[in-house]
Design a protein around this ligand. Sequence first.
Ligand code: Q6P
Ligand code: ZN
Length: 670
Amino acid sequence: MGTALIYDEEMTNYKLLWVDPACKIEVPERLTVSYEALVESGLADRCMSIPVREATDADILLVHSEDYLDAVKTTPYKTLEELKEFTLQFGDVYFHPNIYHCAKLAAGAALQLVDSVLTGKMRNGMALVRPPGHHSMCSAASGFCVFNNVAIAAKYAKQKYGVKRVLIVDWDIHHGQGVQYCFEDDPSVLYFSWHRYEHQKYWPHLRESDFDIVGKEKGAGFNINVPWNKVGMQNSDYLSVFFHILLPVAYEFSPDLVLVCAGFDSGIGDPEGKMCATPDIFAHLTHLLMNLAGGKVCAVLEGGYNLTSLAQSVCQTVQTLLGDPVPRPSNLDGPCKSALESLHCVRSAHRRYWSSIRHAADLPSCEISTKHIKLAEDKLDKEEEEKSAEEEVWPQPPKRVPSAIRTAVVLPEGVACPDRCKCLMSAEDPDPLIANKFRENFLKDADDSDALTTLSSLIALAERMEKNEICSGLALVRDISMAIMCVIQHTAAALSNRVLVVCVGDGKVPSHGTDDGKTLVVQFSSKKSEEQKCKYYIPVCLKKGCQDASGFMQAVLGLLLPLGYEYDPSLVLLVKMPDSGLCDTVWKQLIGLLQGLAQGHTLVLMQDVERACVGPTASSLLGDAAPSLGQLHAPLPEDVEAVESLRHRLKADWKLLQTTAPETRGADEH
Ligand code: Q6P
Ligand code: ZN
């Protein structure tokens, strides 16, 4: 199952025909540079190209009024003067004799994408379209948008395929108010948008874009607005919002389909957004969504006005949809104060609706809104405005070259090599030097040739992962502790290497006590283990160990991922203890999410008795989407308490664990 790419050059055949400074950035080249970048990088070739179609009247009427559709239908016959006149009734949009045709293709492209994915022909995909959609409303064009492509796609998916829950992630830097209005009372569509807001000073200047607008009636809680009140937001700010708002809520919601309003004006260099997130962030945003809804992710282009940034970001997104390992996350020095204030506000506004964030801190007083912050900081804003007006420069993201071998396995005799994997055992002769070292250091019984072969194959695997010849690996071993020691000693020997050891299940994990930062150990278990001794050994004690999916996912999303991203390891060593109690679907989610780290270099260790788990593990390492966990119930209070107290204790050392700005820290957490 591949990735669909939906594009038609016809959508470049309209443009602004008069002078309007607000609209001059929305140019046909936005599409051509994006598509050409995909062609030149070879990514387009790897996608399945799906033709666009025109959305029908019935499709468009899923969202728009008949009067509005009729009005738009007249635009191809209007003179230039009449088009200008027609345009005037809306804000920041222009019409052209061919835009109605293109708008039908743009909406139709989104529907073709949804069809490909929901029929199971394609795993996921992206539609490159113009005009964009997320601002357009039932009876109005707005912000370059004519028909609301993604809103139409969501209604269509529900109607045609009986999809129960749709998540719309709007990472464009403008608020898709059109999408919000369309679904504000609808609990079957969860709309998430972050947007430049600046306390309503930024377009479209709507009160209803603020964090406290959460949806209406039955839809209360299903509209999540994250207002950015400063420009210059960076990778850490975006990821923090994913870790501490979007992902916990999305996993709790459990969508059957994820639609992305994929605007890239939230990336660096964009003249509208003025944000500083680098193009590789879109690889991570995409990756973090790809284990929801069984991987059914449909991205539809919205904004993006710096042609260089846009093309790079589109490539990062599509390459991630194709399943290539994601780059190491860059520039993660923690969220800024303003982002933390937004995070705090959003979490407090939504905590009553979502059990995954019910423990979030309330605002200091029920009166506070992000508007209060405005007064004190008005002066500073001007200075920052000037600073960010300068031309941004950033390095071109390095080419993502996948390893020759995606997944290799080291298995004992008699265990079959899973499909699509490379089997390393027996093919390799133990390196005599390494063999001797093992005999001296680890093997009490010098004749244990099986153990020796396994360990040396394991080291060979780790080495080839380090050289990027192999991306990920899996080894079944008899003695887990010894295997962990071997890998750590070997890998951490190289100067710049850091190993994140994630251990699920009880049992002693070697190597803590090492406080040199070359390994970070996070262990999930049910045993109230000894208190944390050093910064680099973090025991996470859950009441039912890893058996309760809600508690475990809360710990993974709110604790493990932020730690892992900030630590930025060169290898993730994922250890499954025999007694872990983790079910296969949760295990697959864990593997999928951890592959956002270390360029996908995940090495899984399991005890040789866990043969039944080889297949599911290999499938996840190969990049198959994890199955959905279903709607999650509230985590156990004890687990919430355990994870939260850890998070608060650790957040001084690990900035991505913060969810409130320093002033209010710790004052009133539940
Ligand atoms: C921007 C309107 C604002 C002028 C303020 C899907 C894509 C978009 C449209 C932005 C319209 N002008 N300086 O629409 O959200 O990027
Ligand atoms: Zn935008």
